[in-house]
Design a protein around this ligand. Structure first.
Ligand code: SDX
Length: 438
C-alpha cells in the first residue's frame, strides 16, 4: 500500500486512515448518512493521544439525527424528508410540529388528538404573572422570555422524569402550547396592557395574534391573510438541524436537566444578533440605511474588516446558496404588503439592497445570500409586531425544533453527556508564590 504522507487522511469504503506522527497509520470507521456528508467516527482518537480541533464546529457533526436535512450548496431544507416549500404551502404549523416530534405526518385522527392535547395546555399557572411584575416595563421581551420560560421548570419539576417517554412528550406539548402565551404576555407587559388569555376556539396562529393584539375593551378581528402569514412564519422557523440554539438545548439536555430550563438556554442562544437576533438587527439596519441612495455606503462598510458592521440578514454558515426559507418568506412578504396596502419604504430599501448584494462581487464570491431573517422582519413589521418581538416569535416557532431535538437526543441509544475537549495553551505547572514575593 502506498505510504501515506504524515498528516494525510485517506478515505476507503468504510474507513479513513490517518497517519499520526510517531503512531503510524490509524484507521477510523466511516458512518454513512442517508443524505449529505458521511462522517469519520473519531470518538476513539483520544486513545491515540490526539483530539480534533474545530472551534465553531465548521466540520464537526455533534450527533446523529433524523429530523432535518440541509444541503447548503443546493439550498435544500427537508423536515423528515418533506421540502420546506411544500410544508409552507400545503401544511400548517401544528401539523409540522407533529411531523417533527413523531417522524410522520399525522392522520386526521392523530391530528385531532394532537390538537386537543395542545389546546389542553395553553394556559400558564397564574403564579407566572408575578414573574412579569419583577421586570422593568422596558425590559427586552427576550430577556423576559429567558426568565419566564426557565421559571416554568419550577412548576413542572417534581412530576418530570426525562427518562420516561410520556413525561418527555408532555413537556414537549406544554412548551409548544405555553410559549405563545408567554410570548404574547411579554409583549402586553412591555406596553402596559392587560394580558389576554388564550382562546381554544382559534387556530394556533389566530390565538397568538389575538393574545398579542386583542384588548378587553373590544373584539379583535383576525385577518385570514395575516393569520396564514403568521402560521407560515412559524413553519419557516420551526427547525434547522444543529444551529447554535438547538445545539445549546441538546448540550443542556444531555445532563438530564429540566426541559423548560434547557429551552430557556436555547432562547438565550437564539437572542444573539449572529443568530435569531438577526431579524431585529436587520430591521434596525434597514432603518439606519433609511433610503436607497445610502445603500452603497453600507455595502462598503460591510466589506471593511476594520468595521464590525455586517449586512444583517445576509450570509449563513451552511447555506452557500439562497436560503429556501427566504424564497418563501419573500413571496409571503409581498402577499402581506399587498393585502394591507402598505407601501413600506423599508421594503424598497430591502429589495434594492438584495439586488445590489446579489450582484456585488464580494457577496457573490463569499456566497452571502439573504437568509430567513432578511424578509421575516419586514412581514412582522407590516403585521404590527414591534421589532423587539421579532426574535421572540423566532423562539416561539423554534420551540418545536428544540424539543424535537432534545427528545431525539435523550432517546438515542447510549446517549452521553456532552463534554467537548480543548487545546490547552495556558501555563504549565508552576509553584505558588506568596504575595510578598510577587
Ligand atoms: C440564523 O445556523 C443556522 O441554521 C441559523 C439559522 C436557523 O434557522 O437556526 O438559519 C438562523 O441565525 C440565520 C443567520 C442570521 N444571521 C445574520 O444574518 C447575521 C449576519 N450574518 C453573519 O453574521 C454570518 O453570515 C453568519 C454568522 C450567519 C455566518 O457566519 P460564519 O459562517 O461564521 O461565516 P463568517 O462570519 O466566517 O463569514 C465568512 C466571510 C467573512 O469574511 P472573511 O473573513 O472570509 O474575509 O463572509 C463575511 C465575513 O466577514 N461575512 C459577511 C457577512 N456574513 C459573513 N460580510 C458582510 N455581511 C455579512 N452579513
Amino acid at each position: 500500500m502506498q505510504q501515506i504522507r504524515q498528516g494525510e487522511v485517506r478515505m476507503a469504503e468504510t474507513k479513513a486512515t490517518l497517519s499520526l506522527p510517531d503512531k503510524g497509520s490509524v484507521d477510523f470507521p466511516i458512518k454513512k448518512g442517508s443524505e449529505g456528508f458521511d462522517v469519520i467516527d473519531i470518538s476513539q482518537l483520544g486513545s491515540h493521544g490526539y483530539f480534533t480541533f474545530d472551534p465553531g464546529f465548521l466540520a464537526t457533526a455533534s450527533c446523529e439525527s433524523k429530523i432535518t436535512y440541509i444541503d447548503g450548496g443546493q439550498g435544500i431544507l427537508l423536515h423528515r424528508g418533506y421540502p420546506i416549500a411544500d410544508l409552507a404551502e400545503k401544511s400548517s404549523y401544528l401539523e409540522v410540529c407533529y411531523l417533527l416530534l413523531h417522524q410522520e405526518l399525522p392522520t386526521q385522527k392523530q391530528y385531532d388528538e394532537f390538537l386537543t392535547d395542545i389546546k389542553t395546555h395553553t394556559l400558564v399557572n397564574e403564579q407566572v404573572v408575578n414573574f412579569f411584575n419583577g421586570f422593568r416595563r422596558d425590559a427586552h421581551p427576550m430577556a423576559i422570555m429567558c426568565g419566564v420560560v426557565g421559571a416554568l421548570s419550577s412548576f413542572y419539576h417534581d412530576a418530570m422524569d426525562v427518562s420516561q417517554e410520556k413525561d418527555r412528550l408532555l413537556a414537549a406539548l406544554r412548551l409548544i402550547s405555553k410559549v405563545p402565551t408567554l410570548a404574547a404576555m411579554s409583549y402586553k407587559y412591555s406596553v402596559g396592557l392587560p394580558f389576554i388569555y388564550p382562546r381554544n376556539d382559534l387556530s394556533y396562529a389566530g390565538n397568538f395574534l389575538n393574545m398579542m393584539f386583542a384588548v378587553p375593551a373590544e373584539d379583535y378581528k383576525i385577518n385570514p391573510v395575516i393569520e396564514k402569514a403568521m402560521d407560515r412564519i412559524f413553519i419557516l422557523h420551526a427547525d434547522h438541524e444543529q444551529n447554535a440554539s438547538t445545539s445549546t438545548v441538546r448540550l443542556a439536555g444531555s445532563s438530564g436537566a429540566n426541559p423548560f430550563a434547557c429551552i430557556a438556554a436555547g432562547i438565550a442562544s437564539l437572542w444573539g444578533p449572529a443568530h435569531g437576533g438577526a431579524n431585529e438587527a436587520c430591521l434596525t439596519m434597514l432603518e439606519e440605511i433609511g433610503s436607497v441612495d445610502r445603500i452603497p455606503e453600507f455595502i462598503k462598510r460591510s466589506k471593511d474588516k476594520n468595521d464590525p458592521f455586517r449586512l444583517m440578514g445576509f450570509g449563513h454558515r451552511v447555506y452557500k446558496n439562497f436560503d429556501p426559507r427566504a424564497t418563501v418568506m419573500r413571496e409571503t412578504c409581498h402577499e402581506v404588503l399587498k393585502e394591507l396596502k402598505i407601501k413600506d419604504p423599508l421594503l424598497d430599501v430591502a429589495m434594492e439592497l438584495e439586488q445590489i448584494a446579489l450582484k456585488d462581487s464580494y457577496f457573490v464570491e463569499k456566497k452571502l445570500y439573504p437568509n430567513v431573517d432578511f424578509y421575516s422582519g419586514i412581514i412582522m413589521k407590516a403585521i404590527g409586531i414591534p421589532t423587539s418581538m421579532f426574535t421572540v416569535i423566532f423562539a416561539l416557532s423554534r420551540t418545536v425544533g428544540w424539543v424535537a431535538h432534545w427528545k431525539e437526543m435523550l432517546e438515542q441509544p447510549g446517549h452521553k453527556i456532552g463534554r467537548p475537549r480543548q487545546l490547552y495553551t495556558g501555563y504549565s505547572k508552576r509553584d505558588y508564590q506568596p504575595i510578598k514575593k510577587r
